[in-house]
Design a protein around this ligand. Structure first.
Ligand SMILES: [Zn+2]
Length: 478
């Protein structure tokens, strides 16, 4: 369906990426792309005018690591480490109905769109899933008007990183795992067939929703599965998304299993390339960083999640110095209770400053913006996203500069990263279509969705009593 041309007229300031243009600027959007940008752009007669006087225009932010099923769990997981939160999370997310899957994703989309994030990688779900589950979550992104990668989370091995070592497993935990483990692996071929079918039918749905294979975590997967994901990505031109070395335990398990580091092993078996985007990377070694840089694999940093559950601190300056492409994610709502990507931009910029006496080595505002825009676009395999230049895909956000946190406007880039938190987002455009206007979603009945989402969590929890027993037994040991 053709969309009407849009002319954003008289923007007070435009951040084209890391560059700021102050003074009245127009942006013409045609067929989902930026057609022209500059002063006094002439619009076609049919163009709809979006008045941007006293507004800042930025690229839409890219949240390159999120889990839609966790969206109903904010405020439930303080002082939980990785093992404890992972099992608690099972209680909240397993055995969902289609409506629950849909609503959970839509609530997250509303949070993101209304705070200036237009694209997301949803590492979905966690347990075994069916084709109907994938169709449902794709429909959520389609209905909301977001750009998304649905990264299908598969595994064919044990979640050995979140089960205590055998000598510490209590009889209660053993019994609970035998009775209600929602993370029992599924045969590799079944998962691969499902992912291939989903890519065949749903990839590029509505022109902006992609489907990628996404190993849950290499330590939970066989070599054959990892290699198959790389081959599928090559043959179907997708990316591969995964968790990578989030915890120290995962690095230790890799060393024990392979006699070498995780990334070294993946490269050696032919299961690593520039198509991979890897969430966390807290425990990557210098050699692994060099490999990521050489191959162009993306490190998707989630510093808020890492700090909240104490899983580690990503080596951001070392990754940047080595030239590893970096992106930013929020992770799921049980390890980071909001989806405000501006928080992540601020945190990556300042996280290492106290420990680095040479301020010239500090992460810059431009670094943080690049991660949240073009870096995320690379993780999505979107080469023409994240910058406001002619030819780029038209995902952009108008912020109302009359809001108090923009007054006075001294430096738009610094205030975007360190100041505003999404509260002044006025208009959001994705793929050339207005999806938020005057701070309200156009695409979704917000009130109805939020009302329906209120009562889901208690119902899911009551049906997952078996997983609750595992969570409690693990928590008792941690
Ligand atoms: Zn995650």
């Amino acid at each position: 369906m053709l969309t009407e041309p849009l002319l954003i007229r008289n923007a007070a300031c435009v951040l084209t990426g890391t560059e700021a243009r102050y003074g009245s600027t127009d942006i013409l959007i045609e067929a989902g792309r930026i057609a022209a940008i500059g002063p006094d752009v002439v619009a076609p007669a049919a163009a709809r005018i979006v008045h941007a006087h006293n507004h800042l225009v930025t690229p839409g932010l890219v949240n390159a690591h999120w889990h839609s099923p966790m969206q109903l769990s904010p405020g439930t997981s303080d002082r939980m480490n990785h093992k404890v939160f992972m099992w608690e999370n099972q209680v909240d997310t397993a055995n969902r109905s289609q409506e629950e899957i849909y609503l959970s994703a839509v609530v997250g989309c509303l949070q993101m769109l209304k705070s200036g994030t237009t694209s997301v990688i949803d590492h979905f779900p966690e347990q075994g899933f069916g084709f109907d589950d994938v169709e449902t979550v794709v429909k959520a992104f389609e209905d909301c008007g977001m750009r998304a990668v649905v990264a299908l989370r598969i595994f064919d091995g044990e979640y050995s990183d979140i089960v205590p070592p055998p000598d510490r497993v209590t009889p209660e935990l053993r019994a609970a795992l035998a009775a209600g483990n929602t993370l029992n692996p599924r045969p590799m071929q079944d998962s691969l067939d499902l992912v291939r079918a989903a890519i065949g039918k749903l990839d590029r749905t509505a022109g902006r929703i992609r489907v990628f294979p996404a190993p849950s975590n290499p330590v939970r997967c066989s070599d054959a599965l990892l290699v198959a994901c790389q081959e599928m990505a090559e043959s179907l031109d997708t990316g591969v998304h995964c968790h990578l070395l989030e915890t120290r335990t995962q690095a230790e398990l890799a060393a024990r299993a392979y006699g070498r580091s995780m990334v070294e092993h993946m490269e050696r078996i032919g299961a690593f390339s520039g198509r991979w985007s890897c969430a966390h990377c807290n425990w990557v070694s210098e050699a692994e960083i060099a490999t990521m840089s050489r191959l162009g694999a993306v490190a998707v940093l989630n510093p808020e999640s890492n700090l909240k559950i104490g899983s580690g601190i990503p080596p951001i300056p070392a990754l940047l110095a080595a030239g590893v492409p970096c992106a930013l994610g929020t992770d799921g709502a049980s390890t980071n209770d909001n989806l405000i990507l501006q928080d992540a931009m601020q945190l990556v910029a300042i996280l290492h400053r106290a420990g680095e006496p040479d301020r010239r080595r500090w992460v810059t505002v431009d670094d943080a913006i690049a991660m949240a825009t073009t870096g995320g676009a690379k993780a999505m395999l979107e080469g023409e996203l994240g910058r406001l230049v002619p030819g780029a895909k038209a995902d952009l956000v108008l912020y109302d500069l009359a809001a108090p946190w923009w007054v006075p406007l001294n430096d738009a880039a610094q205030q975007w990263v360190f100041g505003e938190r999404g509260g002044s987002v006025d208009t959001v455009i994705v793929d050339g279509k207005v999806v938020v206007e005057n701070g309200r979603a156009h695409t979704i009945d917000e009130k109805a969705v939020l009302n329906a989402a209120k009562s889901i969590l208690p119902a899911v929890r009551s049906r997952n009593a078996g997983v609750r027993a595992i969570a409690q037994a693990v928590a008792a040991l941690e």
